[in-house]
Design a protein around this ligand. Structure first.
Ligand code: UDP
Length: 329
């Protein structure tokens, strides 16, 4: 197959490019590099089945030749990014998704949307099945991402119903692993980078809020299977092993430096109190479930950030504080 992958220089996008290339497909990777990084795809420089195009998908997407599939992964994906790039986040989820769908329609290509557990907002149902409609604040700081992805799901479904585009929707839950930006701002990279630098781990709130962390190889395998399935309705792909943020901090301390302390900061606005995927549908439809435990995944991820540290590339990561939220308002 010849596929277009938007967000190809990002964390998940670059791993997906590897997965499709390993399976013999041809990949056109597209990214505007506002949060993506060419280092993530530098190993593909001499790969004849990979092409990179620097382009902002909120502008018309022009691809010559046939296309069999479009995977739309372009978007800022960290709460720190939504504060800095609120308009771009809204545009890539809305206009970018519209352009990517229009291209799929014109080329007769399958379309897969990278959606998110954020469509569930601060959930009132736990764990979250795909049938849950969510609890989202449209005008809060996270609303720019949540609502853009909810719109993206709606327009993807409309293109299937109205235009007959062959679509898939994956709802991705917190994923971590190599190629995350050290300055991403999300919890796994923040804690590891802070521990490696010997700084206190910044726990927001009292650390009792929960997340369920999926290692990147598991996430990519689930997405890959969904793409080749015939399932049109959204499918949760995530690891249902749930941890509090405080427990994650303890694991990172134990792994990197038991002497490093914890710094408590205020809980950001609208931060979901719990999150855990119900993966019944992924198990039944795709025969998929995660296989990498948090312990194993953290070891590999710490090794990745250590290698960046050896190259002198680790700086204290950004943290969400009341001041940074206020400044963004
Ligand atoms: N978090 C934290 N310290 C950090 C970064 C995040 O305690 O330095 C918390 C955050 O408040 C949230 C959880 O970790 O409850 C996951 O945050 P992340 O930004 O990774 O992703 P989210 O799931 O909120 O989109």
């Amino acid at each position: 197959m010849r596929i277009l992958l938007t967000g190809a220089a990002g964390f998940l996008g670059s791993h997906l490019a590897d997965r499709f290339l390993a399976d013999g497909h041809e990949v056109i990777g597209m990214d505007n590099l506002i949060t993506g990084n060419l280092d993530n795809i530098s190993h593909l420089e001499n790969e004849p089945r990979f092409d990179f195009v620097e382009h902002d998908v909120t502008q018309f997407i022009d691809i010559t030749g046939n296309l069999d599939g479009v995977l739309h992964f372009a978007s800022p994906a960290s709460p720190v990014d939504y504060l800095e790039l609120p308009i771009q986040t809204l545009k890539v989820g809305s206009l970018g998704t519209h352009n990517a769908l229009g291209l799929s329609l014109a080329k007769g290509a399958m379309f897969l949307l990278a959606s998110t557990s954020e469509v569930y907002g601060d959930p009132l149902v736990h764990p979250q099945p795909e049938s849950y409609w969510g609890n989202v604040n449209p005008i809060g700081p996270r609303g720019v991402y949540d609502e853009a992805k909810r719109f993206a799901e709606a327009i993807t479904t409309a293109y299937r119903r109205y235009h007959g585009v062959d679509t898939r929707i994956v709802r991705i839950f917190n994923t971590y692993g190599s190629r995350m930006r050290p300055g991403d701002g999300r919890v796994v990279s923040n804690f590891i980078v802070q521990a490696l630098l010997g700084r206190g781990l910044t726990v927001y709130g009292d650390g009792s809020q929960s997340r369920s962390f999926c290692y990147v190889s598991d996430e990519v395998e689930g997405i890959f299977r969904l793409f080749f399935s015939s399932e049109h309705d959204p499918v949760n792909i995530g690891n249902p092993d749930e941890y509090t943020v405080g427990q994650l901090a303890e694991r990172v301390q134990a792994l990197v430096d038991p002497g490093v302390g914890v710094r408590y900061l205020p809980l950001p606005t609208d931060d979901p109190k719990v999150r855990k995927p119900d993966i019944t549908r992924a198990r039944e439809i795709l025969g998929w479930e995660p296989s990498v435990s948090l312990e194993e995944g953290l070891v590999t991820t710490v090794a990745y950030f250590r290698s960046l540290q050896e190259q002198g590339e680790l700086r204290p990561p950004p943290v969400l504080t009341e001041a940074s939220e206020e400044q963004a308002r």
